[in-house]
Design a protein around this ligand. Structure first.
Ligand code: NCD
Length: 358
């Protein structure tokens, strides 16, 4: 029996577990929380709750938005797990490390290089006598990254006003990019969307993730396809990094044991091989209501000129900021606290500080 969680799910593991209206509700609660997501705001909704980031793979943004969100919601976090600095160095198994964390933390935010690892850990916790901890999948190998999709959807809904009737141009590494896999599954829950993939070379979207009516071209065809999109269309240009480390692991089975210099050399070689870039020329050729979105980190696919520009078409930096209210929302929902999100203003313990303009 599921005692704690949201709408029949204790854990947040896949975008598949969300219906369209579940996603709309997450986005609606995120909107309500947004005024309390920075500049000195604090709420008491997650008071006393403890989050544990467990990153068996590196992360910058995802750790920070989880720790930032739990603190803003009035909770706390235990220091992020870094495998080399934990008892795993003494030979403790990953399973025991997760069981241990589940005894002192309420929410485990887990990222792992293996597909379905967070699902496996969730099952392990469900079978324990003391089993209340929830797992949030923060990326399982090349499979999925469902929380990134929630924040990608929030970004696009804020920027273009809808998640229906959009043209999605998905570019880059569609084979190994897990954010793409969750995204294309999620898009299918909405209506009237066109999904067109533009993989770089052979990094094509695997069959298991392909939506109905999916078309795929090569990145080199993007400019031509772009010029044929009706001017009034709402377009999302979703660019992704080539997952050099996953390609390297496939090519060199001993990759993880190589020294850092050799790893960098291999990575740079792969980046050169799968080179592509989104330029202003391409953005200008797309309709006015186009938004360039990227889960980040970026490789060379977005140059500094585009990345740092103030063009309304370029949203990757704002997208990171949108991540905070979305993370606040699902942490509360999966803690069984939906009720409190209807009126978050009732739980304000610290008001945003009015910024002085200079
Ligand atoms: C992505 C990931 O880890 O899958 N990053 C993120 O969480 N925003 C994308 C990537 O690594 O390229």
């Amino acid at each position: 029996m599921v005692e704690i969680g949201w709408r029949g799910h204790r854990h947040l593991l896949s975008i598949d577990q969300f219906s369209r209206s579940d996603i709309e509700d997450v986005l609606g609660f995120s909107r309500k929380l947004r005024p309390f997501s920075g500049e000195g705001s604090e709420l008491s909704i997650l008071r006393g709750r403890i989050l544990k980031p467990m990153f068996f793979e590196p992360s910058s943004r995802t750790i920070d938005r989880h720790t930032g969100a739990i603190l803003t919601m009035g909770g706390k976090y235990n220091p992020p797990l870094i495998p080399e600095a934990s008892s795993m160095e003494k030979g403790e198994s990953e399973e025991d490390t997760v069981i241990t964390a589940a005894q002192t933390s309420d929410i485990l935010a887990i990222r792992h290089p293996e597909r379905y690892a967070p699902h496996k850990f969730a099952k392990l916790i469900d079978n324990l006598k003391s089993n209340t901890a929830r797992v949030i999948n923060c990326g399982d190998g090349s499979n999925e990254h469902p929380t990134q999709t929630l924040l990608d959807f929030y970004t696009i809904a804020e920027e273009l006003g809808t998640l229906d009737g959009l043209t999605w141009l998905i570019v880059g590494d569609l084979e190994y990019g897990r954010t793409v896999h969750s995204l294309v599954k999620g898009i299918q829950k909405f209506s009237g969307n066109k999904v067109i993939g533009f993989p770089v070379d052979e990094l094509r979207l695997p069959q298991e993730y392909r939506p109905n009516g999916y078309h795929e071209f090569n990145f080199d065809d993007l400019a031509n396809v772009a010029s044929e999109i009706p001017r009034g269309a709402r377009v999302v240009l979703y660019a992704t990094r080539v997952q050099v480390e996953r390609i390297a692991r496939k090519r060199y089975p001993d990759y993880d044991n190589l020294d850092e210099i050799k790893k960098k050399e291999i990575q740079n070689g792969i980046y050169k091989e799968f080179k592509y870039q989104i330029t202003f020329k391409l953005l200008d050729a797309l309709p006015e209501k186009t938004r360039l979105s990227h889960p980040l980190p970026r490789g060379n696919e977005i140059g500094n000129d585009v990345f740092n520009s103030h063009s309304p078409k370029v949203v990757p930096i704002g997208q990171m900021r949108y991540g905070l209210p979305v993370t606040m929302a699902y942490l509360a929902l999966f803690s069984g606290l939906e009720e409190m999100l209807h009126e978050p203003e009732r739980y304000v313990t610290s008001q945003p500080i009015a910024l002085q303009t200079v």
